[in-house]
Design a protein around this ligand. Structure first.
Ligand SMILES: *[C@@H]1O[C@H](CO)[C@@H](O)[C@H](O)[C@H]1NC(C)=O
Ligand SMILES: *[C@@H]1O[C@H](CO)[C@@H](O)[C@H](O)[C@H]1NC(C)=O
Length: 245
């Protein structure tokens, strides 16, 4: 209960910020629209050449970042993402994995960016279980179908962008490597010795699942037939004492 009350306030503040942003956007959008109309009106005879120039340019499409959302149901912060993607310039794609049976449509999302972006073969995800990896693989499989998708970012339904699109895009694309979190987790009971020798203890690491993968690494995760079966068999919440749930 207490947690909920604390969370409400920043959300309202966000809503107000997003609203303000939208109004500023509409204002400048209107100005731009008027200017463009004025421009084409004044130089009404020029567009023929201008048009030919545009057509002769080779059509090079930029590599895209696939934003892969793992949500319980809807995305409560979708309007923050909406503002973020408005600066995206077609250099992104979106895929959403929600629990089976939940449908993203006009009634459940206010952002058009999330319409028709839901994967149709989602699975039930349980905290701390291998089903989370299966959801990630489903999202990756869909995203890999588009050869322009070059980086794959996992996001939860409570993630928000801290920087604008162009900054985020340039940051992720500035290196040819994946972004992963990895550290030796020596806590008692984390490693199940039954996973030996497929996953030897000296290879055991912990890390956040919210990673950025290159296409090569995304392919490895999707094609993996060694690690996932071990996790499915031996990584279960009941094996640990879970605190704070
Ligand atoms: C999901 O959609 C794809 C493409 O539209 C289709 O080929 C596939 O059969 C669908 N899968 C399910 C489980 O409905
Ligand atoms: C995006 O953010 C960066 C860093 O905060 C800033 O320098 C840049 O001007 C912003 N770009 C746009 C298009 O708003």
């Amino acid at each position: 209960m207490k947690k909920k009350v604390v969370q409400q306030k920043p959300q309202h503040r966000w809503k107000r910020k997003v609203l303000t942003l939208m109004f500023v956007g509409i204002f400048f959008g209107g100005l731009l629209f008027m200017q463009t109309r004025w421009y084409t009106h004044v130089v009404g005879l020029v567009p023929l050449n201008h048009h030919q120039f545009l057509v002769s340019q080779p059509h090079v499409q930029s590599p895209k970042i696939a934003f892969l959302f793992i949500a319980r149901n809807r995305l409560p912060l979708e309007m923050v993402w909406d503002a973020f993607f408005r600066g995206g310039d077609s250099k992104f794609s979106i895929f959403v994995h929600s629990r089976p049976g939940f449908l993203f449509n006009q009634a459940t999302t206010r952002s058009t960016y999330f319409l028709n972006r839901q994967v149709n073969d989602s699975t039930q995800v349980d905290w701390g279980e291998a089903s989370m990896i299966e959801a990630e693989r489903i999202l990756l499989r869909h995203a890999l179908d588009d050869p322009l998708n070059d980086r794959f970012v996992f996001l939860s339904d409570s993630c928000i962008p801290l920087y604008n699109f162009s900054y985020t895009y340039d940051y992720i694309m500035s290196t040819s490597t994946s972004f992963v979190d990895s550290f030796a987790d020596t806590k008692e009971g984390r490693y199940n010795p039954k996973m030996h020798p497929v996953i030897p203890v000296h290879n055991w690491r912990k890390g956040s699942q919210w990673v950025v993968l290159t296409r090569k690494h995304a392919r490895i995760v999707v094609d993996d037939e060694t690690v996932l079966p071990m996790f499915q068999q031996y990584c279960k919440v009941t094996h640990y004492k879970v605190h704070g749930l």
